[in-house]
Design a protein around this ligand. Structure first.
Ligand code: UFG
Length: 347
C-alpha cells in the first residue's frame, strides 16, 4: 500500500514510517519540518515538505503524485498511484505548553486534522490511523484506564485531540471512514541508536533527565511533589516507541479487513505499569551512573496525577504484545541515542 504519514519527520512518525517500509509499503511523509527533522525521515520514504493547513498541497498529494512540488529522498519511489491510507502524527504534543497557548493547539491539532480529513474524503481515501493520547482521560476514575472510561481532559492538548476523535466518529457514521485511534501513554525510548527523541525545546521527562546525565543541565526539575501518589510525584506509563510503531501496523492491517459496518478501532497503548517522576529519575541514575540532581518545583498546569493504561483490548483484538515492556530497557535505548547524539539530529 501507499501510505501518507503526516509528521513522519517527528519522533514517533519517523519510526512508524520505517516500520511501514520494512513491511513492504510505500511511504510518503508530509511534514512542515517546524518540529521534525529531515534526517529522521527514512531514506526510502518520499518527503513532501508541506503544511497540513495548505489544502492545495493536500489535494495535490491525494491526486496524482507526479509533478508535485516535493523534495524526494528517493526518486525511485515516485509513482502515479494514489494514497491508500493516512497515518496522522503531525501535531503539537506538549501538554504543559497547551495551557499557555491553547489556541495554537486547536489550530494545529484540531483544525489541521479537519483539513486533512476533508481532503481525504474528497479524494475517496477511507483509511485513517490517528495518533491519539492518554491526555484524553484527564484524572481517571480508575486505574488502569480502559478505552470506554470517561474522557475529561485536564489540558488543552488532550481536548484538541479529543475533538478529532469526536469528528472521526461522525465521519465514520456518515461517510463510512474506517479509522483507528491509538491513545498513546508516555512514548519513550529509541528504535535504534541513531534514531530517537529530539524536541526543541525538550519538555519530556526522560530526555530532560538524560540531558543532566550528559552534563547539558545541572539538575532536573520535578514538577510537583504534592500529588496524591505514593511519593507525591506524577505517575506515568512509559511505552517503547518501537512497540507503539508495531501497533500502528496491526491497526492498519485490521482496518484493511473491516466490513462497512465494522466499528472504529479505539485502543490504549501502554504497559499497564506506572512509574513516578522520582522512580524514573532513580532508573536513569542506575542506567547512566550519574547522580542526576533534582530540584523540587511547583506543579505544571494541566498534569493529571496518574495515567496508567490497560492495553488488554489491543492485545486481545489485534495480538499486540510489547517487546520492551520494562522501563530499564526503554531507558537504556534512550540513553544509547542521547549519548551518541547529545545535540539531537543537529550534530
Ligand atoms: N516532568 C517533570 N520534569 C520535567 C518534565 C516532566 O517533573 O522536566 C513530569 C511532568 O510534570 C509529568 C511527567 O514528568 O508529570 C511526564 O511528563 P512529560 O512531559 O514527559 O509527559 P506528559 O505526561 O506531560 O505528556 C506525554 C506526551 C503527551 C501525551 C502524554 C500521555 O507529551 O503527548 O504523555 O500520557 F499525551
Amino acid at each position: 500500500m501507499r501510505i501518507l504519514v503526516t509528521g513522519g519527520a517527528g519522533y514517533i512518525g519517523s519510526v512508524v514510517a520505517e516500520e511501514l517500509l520494512l513491511a513492504g509499503h510505500e511511504v510518503v511523509v508530509l511534514d512542515n519540518l517546524s518540529r521534525g527533522h529531515r534526517e529522521a525521515v527514512p531514506k526510502n520514504a518520499e518527503l513532501v515538505a508541506g503544511d497540513l493547513a495548505d489544502r492545495n498541497c493536500l489535494d495535490q498529494l491525494f491526486r496524482s503524485r507526479s509533478g508535485s512540488a516535493s523534495s524526494s529522498a528517493s526518486p525511485s519511489t515516485f509513482s502515479s498511484s494514489s494514497i491508500d491510507a493516512v497515518m496522522h502524527f503531525a501535531a503539537l504534543i506538549e501538554a504543559g505548553e497547551s495551557m499557555k497557548t491553547p489556541e495554537t493547539f486547536f489550530r494545529n491539532n484540531t483544525a489541521n486534522a479537519l483539513t486533512l480529513l476533508e481532503a481525504m474524503l474528497a479524494a475517496g481515501v477511507k483509511r485513517f490511523v490517528f495518533s491519539s493520547t492518554a491526555a484524553l482521560f484527564g484524572n481517571p476514575e480508575r486505574t488502569p484506564i480502559q478505552e470506554d472510561d470517561p474522557l475529561k481532559p485536564t489540558n488543552a492538548y488532550g481536548e484538541s485531540k479529543l475533538l478529532v476523535e469526536r469528528m472521526l466518529a461522525w465521519l465514520h457514521r456518515i461517510h463510512g471512514l474506517r479509522y483507528a485511534c491509538l491513545r498513546y501513554f508516555n512514548a519513550a525510548g529509541a528504535s535504534r541508536p541513531d534514531k530517537g527523541e529530539a524536541h526543541d525545546p525538550e519538555t519530556h521527562l526522560i530526555p530532560r533527565i538524560l540531558q543532566v546525565a550528559l552534563g547539558r543541565a545541572d539538575h532536573v526539575q520535578i514538577f510537583g511533589s504534592d500529588y496524591p501518589t505514593p511519593d507525591g510525584t506524577c505517575v506515568r506509563d512509559y511505552i517503547h516507541v518501537s512497540d507503539l510503531a508495531k501497533a500502528h501496523l496491526l491497526a492498519l492491517e485490521a482496518l484493511g479487513k473491516q466490513q462497512p459496518d465494522s466499528k472504529p478501532l479505539i485502543y490504549n497503548l501502554g504497559n499497564g505499569q506506572g512509574f513516578s517522576v522520582k522512580q524514573v529519575v532513580e532508573v536513569a541514575r542506575k542506567i547512566t551512573g550519574h547522580p542526576i540532581p533534582v530540584l523540587e518545583s511547583p506543579r505544571r498546569a494541566g498534569d493529571p496525577a496518574v495515567l496508567i493504561a490497560s492495553s488488554e483490548k489491543i492485545q486481545r483484538d489485534l495480538g499486540w504484545k510489547p517487546e520492551f515492556p520494562d522501563l530499564e530497557s526503554i531507558m537504556e535505548s534512550a540513553w544509547r541515542w542521547h549519548r551518541s547524539h547529545p545535540h539531537g539530529y543537529g550534530a
